[in-house]
Design a binder for this molecule. Sequence first.
Ligand code: GLA
Length: 554
Amino acid sequence: MKRTWKNFLAIPFLIVAASCSQPTVSSEPEAHAPTMGWNTYNTFNLDINEQLIIEQAEAMANSGLKDAGYRYINIDDGYFGGRDPETGRLLIHPVRFPNGLKGLVDHIHSLGLKAGIYSDAGTNTCGNYWGKDSLANNVGLYGHDAQDCEMFFNELGFDFIKVDYCGGTTWQNYYSIGIDEEERYRQIRQAMDETGRKDLRLSVCRWNYPGTWVSEVGDSWRMSQDINCSWRSIRNIIDQSLYISAYASKGHYNDMDMLEVGRTLSQEEDMTHFGMWCILSSPLIIGCDMTTMRPETLELLTNPELIALNQDPLGLQAYVAKDGGNGTYVFVKDIETLHGKTRAIALYNSTNEPQTIGIDYSTIELGGTVKVRDLFARADVETAADNISIEVPAHGTRIYRLESTQRIERSLYEAETAYLSEYQELHDAFSVATAYYEKDAACSGGAKVVNLGRKPKNDLRWLDVYSETGGEYEVTIDILPTPEALQISEWDSNPGGYQFFLSVNDGVGNRVRIDKDGTSATITVTLPAGSNVVRLYDDRYLMPGIDRMTLRKL
Ligand code: GLA
């Protein structure tokens, strides 16, 4: 007998019971948490139909996935039937969906689930270009924003839309319409708002981090090329996620793409894939066939403690607390309370060999006694009093919830954890003068920020520099030698050195000066109690590469 979730549920002794009362996600998902659902594309590609989607929706409703928080049944590319040449009305594929989509959406809703649809910001879809789906030409939103949004959301009742961009690019299109992504996605969000629906989610699909504007329009946005069911693809997407934690916020998330869990990856790789998507607060959109899931797939996808980490009310994405320099990383994020005593960490091994990965609790600002819970095993574990050190298998990840008795004030802020106001990955950063993150083994934390300055908005912001009581601090900024950023001018009292500005909460800028052979500068600033924004900027000149900021309370 093939083992699937249906016969698995009939064998109660196989079900691993939760061993104690840890906080878990309630069956009603958090309103502003990452989307949890399923999408047709990873398993079925363009070859979709009504019956298949009904079966998947029923499997979600009955397998325990709905109870674990999964809600959205998302129809991806493949349903298009062209456009009516007279009225411009979008048509639905006559063979795959002979009854249209209204009854299907109603059925999904009747199961207590939500329904999602797919379109393109341009004219044709990716399936039209890559899949040669001739009926998916001229079906994108371009020129039809109001008409299609009215149909999707008010007539058919969809709750979610993924908007792709093949029809907006020249290289994946049969002709060029020369559109701008920011302008187009803003127009689409506006058309969605104008339907009067307040509960709609927009998933932006632009295959790289699009730019900081995207938080104003998208509930989530893709930050990588399409995922595929290989370890290489999972590793690459995690690698592209290392330094973009600052762009996630409550209700707005980096989308690491739909899950390949439960297909052909090893169980260890599936755990890394799911666990990292959880701690990095990606939407969790299942991509396997939910009607034939293996029991271990269902158990992983419904692990309430990992899901709680993903749906955590703070909406934070974990950042790199330690780069082991050998393909291992420790990620950390606050959970439950900002600056509180509870944090979550992931020990991630991207290499092909087992690796011992560890970190001192003080490095992640925890002190006193630390209680440790393994979220995969769902069991409490013992560690040394002041650190954790674990052998993690090849391609493996271990994730822990740490509950300490003391939170230490953070004194190290790596540049690669900061928010860059002009950050984007779509256009050449030199031509458009936007800063970016770069790996550099010589840097603390293994990375730096370069190409800052030259214009007012191209700055670096540590958005949450926390001072428990407020007061005076010595702030040290470490930089990298950057010959192009040396300033030589008559008015400058520091000829041949570096100069830029530092402000607190957008107050008056403090001049930061560093000799041409220097690598750091220390100034004194006052931080009010609570959360502060420390900004580094230069409106006119290129700034040196920034490594990190350290704080010392005076
Ligand atoms: C693009 C998207 C995928 C999927 C396909 C459909 O490649 O990135 O997620 O939607 O189009 O054709």
